[in-house]
Design a protein around this ligand. Structure first.
Ligand code: ARG
Length: 408
């Protein structure tokens, strides 16, 4: 009996060629796994393709709800945006896919797991770190990284083994799931090139968006979105719905220069309408219900959260500690946020919460304000004290400079 290797299979050229490579070079039986994280591919077709290339067994795993509940929702609570921009769609899905691979490998008694990542990106790190942490006895095989084939060579190899390849391959490298679409390479590698219309699939180019704004209400419970416009949705449906609504108005297109973990700067574009709208709304609601101290501290936690996720350390115990802090703050993040979507903009125009710390009696500029202005004077006295003392020390300094100036 041959040894078994379990391969994450997307149906694309890289992973199709990887099946043959594993069979041919390593003489193993290949079991393929396609994890559905909302990428919208035809799973039946992918399964048929896997069997056509000669795999021993194929698994389709629907992980959409797990992805939404256990990966996307924590990201929302943490307002997770890598380098202030990227909602981490690809990065979040990798540890989930890796955990499914390990599960199948254990089920099948496999000695190795395999993925189609190259040696230049972040994804290899996310897969390898997670797999090694979950089951250190599994060997990791990354044929594309090891083999280092060019695209043309891969096509030749595929043709030699009769592997079906799509006639028209996208000029971009694309990865997509429920939380976003990542589009890179091709003409985008010239960082001065404006993304052309063929990059856009989920977000309308501004020129084609409706001439009228659209308002939506997002309701949050314990920091996670539960309904849109008063209609409750399960997490997956809610995100899909918001991708459609916000995308129609061109909301969620992101174009930025990103620092990859492996040290390369790359130009990345993303389409993440739901992510952008939800995080914008969630941040705003937090401002209403959390204290200034909580907010200031949480911003630091959020940066660390996004960094650990981006850099493949989902399994790092620090992540659990950060999540505990974040969860503790989210118990009060309940309420509704009104968004105005128009011409690529997503603007918060209203918010309300039973836990609101906004007190109009304190804030109002009218005479009815309950704020005692007489206490302000003493407060200012002490607030400015350290700065005044420090400036006082500098006086000698300033004078000396003035003396020098008058002399010249
Ligand atoms: N730069 C993003 C990340 O590292 C997206 C990667 C997208 N992958 C792709 N095959 N297009 O998470």
């Amino acid at each position: 009996m041959k040894d078994v290797a379990v391969l994450a299979f997307s149906g694309g050229l890289d992973t199709s060629v990887s099946i043959k490579w594993l069979q041919d070079k390593l003489n193993v039986d290949v079991v393929t796994v396609t994890v559905d994280v909302g990428q919208g591919d035809n799973l039946k077709e992918i399964e048929e393709k896997a069997y056509a290339i000669g795999v021993k067994k194929h698994y389709n795993i629907d992980a959409k709800h797990e992805f939404a509940n256990d990966y996307i929702f924590p990201a929302i609570k943490a307002n997770a945006l890598y380098e202030g921009k990227y909602p981490l769609g690809t990065a979040l899905a990798r540890p989930l896919i890796a955990s499914k691979l390990v599960g199948v490998a254990e089920n099948e008694g496999a000695y190795a797991v395999s993925h189609g990542c190259t040696g230049k990106g972040n994804d290899q790190v996310r897969f390898d770190v997670t797999i090694k942490a979950l089951n250190p006895s599994l060997k990791i095989i990354a044929p594309v990284r090891e083999w280092n084939l060019s695209r043309d060579e891969e096509i030749k190899y595929a043709q030699k083994f009769g592997i079906p390849i799509k006639a028209k391959k996208s000029i971009y490298s694309i990865d997509q799931n429920l939380w976003g679409r990542s589009i890179e390479s091709g003409p985008l590698e010239d960082v001065m090139n404006e993304p052309s219309v063929d990059v856009f699939e989920w977000t309308k180019p501004i020129e084609e968006t409706p001439e009228e704004p659209e308002y939506i209400d997002i309701k949050f419970e314990d920091g996670t979105p539960t309904s849109i416009n008063g209609k409750a949705n399960d997490p997956v449906q809610l995100i899909e719905k918001l991708n459609r609504i916000a995308g129609k108005h061109g909301v969620g297109f992101i174009d930025h220069i990103e620092d990859r973990l492996v040290g390369i700067k790359s130009r990345e574009t993303y389409e993440a309408p739901a992510a952008v709208a939800i995080i914008e709304a969630h941040k705003d609601l937090e401002k209403l219900v959390l204290t200034r101290h909580e907010l200031a501290f949480k911003t630091k936690i959020e940066q660390e959260w996004a960094w650990l996720t981006y850099s493949g350390l989902w399994v790092e115990p620090l992540m659990d500690a950060l999540n505990s802090f974040v969860d503790a703050t989210q118990k009060r993040v309940n309420g509704v946020v009104k968004l105005k979507l128009f011409k690529g903009n997503c603007r918060v125009v209203g918010r309300g919460s039973p836990n609101s710390l906004y007190n109009v009696e304190l804030a109002t500029y009218t005479a009815s304000s309950s704020f005692d202005q007489s206490s302000a004077e003493g407060f200012i006295e002490l607030w400015g004290l350290p700065s005044r003392v420090a400036r006082g020390k500098k006086v000698g300094h300033t004078k000396r400079r003035e003396v020098i100036r008058t002399r010249t």
